[in-house]
Design a protein around this ligand. Structure first.
Ligand SMILES: [Zn+2]
Length: 252
């Protein structure tokens, strides 16, 4: 079982394929990836297209519900409208969780509306994925601050600190409600994270979908070649993401 915990329905894919995931899924098939956490792209760069993009993620999921696990978004600057959209994503569209990209969407993690959304996710038992690894709004320590404030909510560091901040991701990985997606650190960084971070909350992801390139080939190959024991690799690729999605098993 392989779950890619970080993919996007990219703007280029939407413009070309108009909501048809066939070609997109062929890339997953090439690498025997069974399931993908699907994040938006239009919705992360253009606030006025967020509602339509969330709807689109739901429709994509409906075409292949066993393969696509959609995460919606909203823009905290919109105030109460953002909270309404988060509620709509979860309650009406039945999306699996929420995703935020504070760097692209341009908001601080101290934004009060975001706090309301974190509390909402905790009540609903759904995870929130954050882009992380870039200053000034997306550092692992800042996401960890939210995890400390909202212990009932599960948070995912979507990039494990990327190339430059994986040590910061490691420093906060011990928080019981924080999960770490190996999607960005170099090979040695992934190895050190795998040896020192809580093994049952590590995930793997590729960031496939932003463009037409195939980062699964690179990132899955890098992960498989790393000095991470085979049993742990298997858990990171399969059992861990499945546990993240089972609310009853997620928190201590
Ligand atoms: Zn991404």
């Amino acid at each position: 079982m392989i779950v890619d915990c970080h993919t996007h329905w990219g703007m280029g894919w939407e413009d070309r394929d108009q909501g048809d995931p066939t070609a997109w899924l062929e890339v997953l098939d090439r690498h025997q990836v069974d399931q993908a956490f699907l994040l938006g792209h239009y919705s992360l760069t253009q606030s006025e297209r967020t509602t339509a993009d969330n709807d689109r993620l739901a429709r994509l999921r409906d075409q292949v519900p066993d393969r696509l696990v959609p995460f919606g978004t909203c823009w905290p600057h919109h105030g109460v409208r953002a909270i309404d959209e988060a509620i709509r994503c979860l309650d009406r569209l039945g999306l699996t969780g929420l995703k935020f990209h504070p760097w692209l969407q341009g908001f601080s993690l101290a934004e009060p509306v975001l706090a309301d959304i974190c509390a909402l996710a905790g009540e609903r038992g759904v995870p929130i994925i954050f882009h992380d690894g870039t200053p000034c709004y997306s550092l692992p320590e800042q996401v960890a601050g939210l995890a400390r404030r909202f212990p009932q909510t599960r948070f995912v560091l979507g990039h494990a600190g990327l190339l430059w901040a994986w040590r910061s991701a490691l420093a906060v990985a011990g928080l019981a409600n924080l999960w770490t997606c190996l999607c960005g650190p170099h090979q040695r960084g992934m190895e050190i994270l795998s040896h020192h971070a809580p093994a049952d909350r590590l995930l793997w992801g590729s960031d496939f979908g932003f463009g037409f390139a195939d980062p699964i080939d690179y990132r899955l190959g890098q992960f498989r070649r790393s000095r991470i024991p085979a049993a742990l690799q298997q858990a990171i690729l399969g059992a861990n993401p499945q546990r993240l999605l089972r609310p009853e098993g997620a928190l201590p």
